[in-house]
Write a protein that binds this ligand. Structure first.
Ligand code: HSE
Length: 428
């Protein structure tokens, strides 16, 4: 019989158990598609005694992930522990140094150390693959690396954190404030152990930085992703944006501009009737734009046992088949160091403010906008019974710099109460 591909799995949480289940339940299908059996030699996790609801007795137990990564009977080290540094990185480095291929779901590790790890893998003649690190079950790494390899990519964008999309769509559906829905999400177990990874946009920022590297042939540059989380999104913005025909999403956008690589992960308005606008609950969506193909929309589960294990297995099967691709779609040594361009691309903005309801107030705000070179597209004032009127303004395309100048100027008019809220409107 053809030699099996032997896995060593480090990390037996939701995803690790999902991978074990697929290997056990789909052995025939995996063998048929790979042309050889896929087996597990050994596993490793923090606590041996935990009942994980899956049969592990056939595999050697290894307490130390580094030792697991170096075993002679392991061809592919499957890293599912998580964490940017610590044991995950140490074991990945050990596997590479031992010439083993690595499959990982670890977005944080790759976002911070992807270039060094990809270079080390290439030097060692090993493969390092990460389909499961971005958008769970959606095969977006493959789509970019293989399916769209003949395209110049102009823009990558998407909703890459299901928890944030759950929170935002639940706020909208139930008319609930952020704090209340955050507690619900916590009770449902949707949040990462450190919730800031989700609601602060960090987890999604990691994913965006990885996709940008493949799309633009640049070294992973998470440090220059402009990050803003959803913690300050108010129900008033969700409702009033809806009234103007928009939805608020934690949207990642990466594009190569004349000034360099722009990477943003921040709350944005998108048209309510667009595919992104219609994305509900914990689902992810990635939109890819290539010069020959046009726009591609991928939608699916961004987390969970089955979807993430499905993505891990796609990398495992590639390796079993003998398909060996560079980590970021081209040799690591050929990836350019990107020039970061912050908020380089002009866009329309939504501005919400509380305006004193007295003669000339609106004129003062309009003057400040005009002086900063910001042109008004639409405006709406809402009924109110207080001294201040809620006012919404949608601008024509403008730069973030001009907008910030206008917002600062509004504070000096004496007619705007509190701090105006400004949210970018992304053309999708
Ligand atoms: N916490 C992430 C999400 C999944 O909510 O989408 C893991 O990246």
């Amino acid at each position: 019989m053809t030699k099996p591909l032997r896995l060593g799995i480090a990390g037996l949480g939701t995803v690790g158990v999902g991978v074990v289940r697929i290997v056990q339940r789909k052995a025939d299908l995996l063998a048929a598609r790979s042309g050889r059996p896929v087996t597990i030699s050994a596993v490793c996790a923090r606590n041996r005694g935990t009942d994980r609801g899956v049969r592990l007795g056939d595999y050697d137990w290894q307490d130390d992930p580094v030792a697991l990564a170096q075993r002679d009977d392991v061809d592919v080290f499957v890293e599912l522990m998580g964490g940017a540094d610590g044991p995950a990185k140490a074991a990945t480095e050990a596997a590479i140094a031992a010439g083993k291929d690595v499959v990982t779901a670890n977005k944080a590790m790759l976002a911070l150390h992807g270039q060094a790890l990809a270079s080390a893998a290439e030097t060692a003649g090993a493969a390092l693959r990460f389909e499961a690190a971005v958008a769970g079950g959606i095969p977006v790494v493959k789509a970019l690396t293989e399916g769209l390899a003949g395209n110049e990519i102009s823009r990558v964008m998407g909703v890459m954190n299901g928890t944030c999309n759950y929170i935002l769509t639940r706020m909208q559906g139930a008319g609930l404030p952020y704090d209340e829905v955050f507690k619900e999400a916590a009770a449902l177990g949707y949040l990462e152990a450190d919730p800031t990874l989700d609601v602060g946009g960090i987890d999604a920022g990691h994913k965006l930085a990885l996709l940008a590297s493949i799309a633009f042939g640049t070294q992973v540059d998470f440090a220059n992703v402009e990050l803003e989380g959803i913690q300050r999104v108010e129900i008033a913005d969700i409702e009033q944006a809806a009234d103007m025909g928009y939805r608020i999403k934690l949207l990642g956008v990466a594009q190569m501009t004349g000034r360099g690589l722009e990477q943003r992960m921040s709350p944005c308005l998108v048209p309510a009737d667009s595919p992104l606008g219609q994305l509900e609950g914990g689902t992810n969506m990635i939109v890819l734009e290539g010069d020959s193909v046009g726009q591609i929309v991928l939608r699916g589960a961004g987390a969970g046992e089955g979807p993430t294990a499905s993505a891990v297995m796609s990398d495992v099967i590639d390796l079993a088949r003998g398909t060996r691709l560079s980590t970021f779609g081209q040799p690591a040594s050929s990836l350019a160091r990107p020039t970061p361009a912050k908020s380089a691309v002009p866009a329309p903005y939504y501005i919400r403010m509380e305006l004193q309801d007295k003669p000339g107030a609106l004129a003062k705000v309009a003057t400040v906008l005009g002086d900063a070179g910001v042109s008004i597209d639409r405006m709406r004032q809402y009924q109110h019974d207080q001294a201040n009127a809620p006012v919404l303004i949608v601008t024509h395309k403008t730069t973030r710099k001009a907008l910030d100048t206008a917002i600062a100027g509004m504070g000096e008019t004496g007619v705007v109460a509190g701090q105006p809220v400004a949210i970018r409107i992304e053309e999708v």
